[in-house]
Design a protein around this ligand. Structure first.
Ligand code: 3PG
Length: 213
């Protein structure tokens, strides 16, 4: 599963973190992001329609790999998989979640924001973690400082990232990709301004991740 996760993350420098209040908006936004070159999408489990949106995107949008984000409970793991999620992401890494995630048939990306949390995952053999909330937890300098002590660990920083600072993270050798909601701003979704979403996705997909060593 680690290899599958590595393959998914290597497809893209930026993973849009998406929150949908209806399935139709999810489908249209996903097509717009794909048309701009972003093909790995994270649909957060934060709304009552999240699972429905996830399933609609999986069924109706070609050429994208869709995961479930904001997975907080073991029950979310099951629901997301039934809805077709290709991977799972959590902002944290409770032991219940780690167990549920490791038993899941798809890759699980747990979240960390401290050295000890990263170490705990490394002890269990993990080599990828989400770094959340990236900005408040120390930003790119924090991750740069982890390269020497934790050389095997690779991160997907999310939280406070946008087109202006994404490259600071992507230039680090322990960053596989970054996540963020900036490519699908709520006002653009509200206005059904798909051209703007595609344009933001184009700018984001042109960023370059340093290939993980
Ligand atoms: C997440 O869950 O990953 C974040 O909410 C995304 O953070 P952002 O909105 O600051 O990009």
């Amino acid at each position: 599963k680690t290899e599958r996760l590595a393959a998914i993350l290597s497809q893209t420098p930026v993973i849009p973190v998406l929150t949908f209040s209806d399935a139709q908006t999810g489908v249209a936004t996903s097509k717009a992001l794909r048309d701009g070159g972003l093909t790995v999408l994270e649909v957060t489990m934060r709304t009552p329609k999240a699972l429905e949106a996830l399933k609609a995107i999986v069924d109706e949008v070609e050429g994208v790999t869709v995961g479930a984000g904001t997975v907080l409970e073991p029950e979310h793991v099951e629901q997301a998989i039934v809805s077709g999620a290709a991977f799972l992401v959590s902002p944290g890494s409770s032991s219940r979640l780690i167990s549920a995630g490791s038993e899941a048939p798809v890759p699980f990306l747990p979240g960390v924001s401290t050295v000890s949390e990263a170490l705990q995952l490394a002890e269990r053999g993990a080599t990828f973690a989400k770094f959340f909330p990236a900005g408040p937890a120390g930003g790119a300098p924090f991750l740069r400082a982890l390269v020497a002590p934790l050389p095997e660990m690779h991160f997907v920083p999310t939280g406070g990232i946008d087109i202006g600072n994404a490259q600071d993270y992507l230039s680090l050798r322990n960053v596989a990709a970054v996540g963020g909601s900036w490519v699908a701003p709520p006002d653009a979704l509200e206005a059904k301004d798909w051209a703007r979403v595609t344009q933001l996705a184009k700018e984001a997909s042109a960023l370059k991740a340093r290939p993980a060593a």
